[in-house]
Design a binder for this molecule. Structure first.
Ligand code: ASP
Length: 326
């Protein structure tokens, strides 16, 4: 039994165009074979890595359709005997793709995603170490049943909580609400935390492609006419603090919530949307009374992923509210 490795590009797979071109910038073009060849100590893993190159793109180019396809390929690999899965991709959208994969992944085998902050042409690239750590986690029995995981900088993060919190540091990934749930040292994987798992959601690719979820982040002195939900099936609001918006937004969002599920989240990056503390117009109690769904501890981007998957799977408003409450 081996670990199935899928590659999707990103900084971990970037190399130069050539010295004369673009002043030495890098683009995603390395294959899985290139990536594994750069990892010292891979033989110590004890199981083979079976590579499938999918595409080599910056992660801004990834899509829900690509991740759905990736989960299907990874499922096939597991059914064919892989003990776990590693995916390499760009770090920019990793917090969203990992959460999407987590919602769809139906197996106990670990689904581990990783990337790099320093490309292979730089001094001290972190890709090889991250790939090795991710492979150890994918092969670790103690990582089974935890869904999709993100491994960088020797830390194991649950897809549900992980966020990219720095644009450039090799310590960019953190789980502000929960902390890492494990570590990898000397090739040993320690898991000290669990993560609540939902039943995998089954979703059809065509339905997912057609489902649109909008997002508005409120800002100081915001104007409710900036809320644009045209063509949307659902909407996420990234509110201030514990879930607040300017009073002028309250009737607009309340009216929108009569037409589609509207999920209220916090733009702060950690902590919950409260349920029963503040009473002003535009507060969490006012918005819930107007029909907005409390997004709980999910940040706006993850809430948007969950809402799109739920709506594409045919969930009605009550089912959406129940999923966000869980
Ligand atoms: N821009 C890159 C990407 O997400 C950054 C990275 O891989 O770290 O593809």
């Amino acid at each position: 039994m081996g670990v199935a490795l899928f590659t999707l590009g990103g900084t971990i797979a970037m190399a130069g165009h050539g010295p004369a071109k673009d002043g030495g910038t890098v683009v995603a073009r390395l294959s899985g074979a290139d990536l594994t060849a750069a990892v010292p100590g891979l033989a110590g893993l004890g199981v083979p890595l079976e590579v499938q190159d999918i595409e080599a793109v910056p992660s801004a180019q990834l899509s829900f359709a690509r991740i759905l396809d990736l989960v299907e390929r990874a499922s096939r690999a597991v059914r064919d005997g892989a003990c776990g899965v590693v995916v390499t991709q760009g770090t920019d959208t990793l917090e969203e793709t990992a959460f999407l994969a987590d919602l769809l992944w139906p197996h106990d085998e670990p689904f581990v995603m990783t990337g790099a902050m320093r490309n292979p042409t730089m001094a001290g690239p972190d890709g090889p170490a991250n790939l090795l750590a991710a492979a150890h986690v994918a092969a670790a029995p103690q990582a089974r049943g935890l869904g999709a995981l993100v491994v960088l900088n020797d830390e194991v993060h649950a897809a549900r909580w992980v966020r990219k919190t720095h644009s450039a540091s090799t310590r960019a990934f953190a789980s502000p609400n929960a902390g890492p749930i494990g570590y990898v040292y000397e090739g040993r994987v320690g898991v000290h935390g669990g993560v609540p798992r939902r039943k995998a959601i089954e979703v059809d690719a065509a339905a997912l492609a057609e489902t649109r979820v909008g997002l508005h982040t409120v800002v100081l002195d915001d104007d409710p006419s900036m809320v644009n939900a045209d063509g949307c099936d659902g909407f996420v609001v990234a509110g201030f603090g514990v879930g607040h918006v300017p009073a002028s937004f309250a009737p607009v969002l309340g009216e929108l919530a009569q037409r589609m599920p509207v999920v209220l989240t916090s733009r702060t990056g950690a902590g919950p949307v409260l349920r029963s503390t503040y009473g002003a117009v535009g507060s969490e109690t006012d918005l819930q009374r107007r029909g907005l769904i409390n997004g709980g501890m999910l940040d706006p981007w993850k809430a948007r992923v969950l809402l799109r998957v739920l709506l594409a799977s045919g969930a009605d408003r009550d089912a959406v509210a129940e999923a966000f409450a869980g």
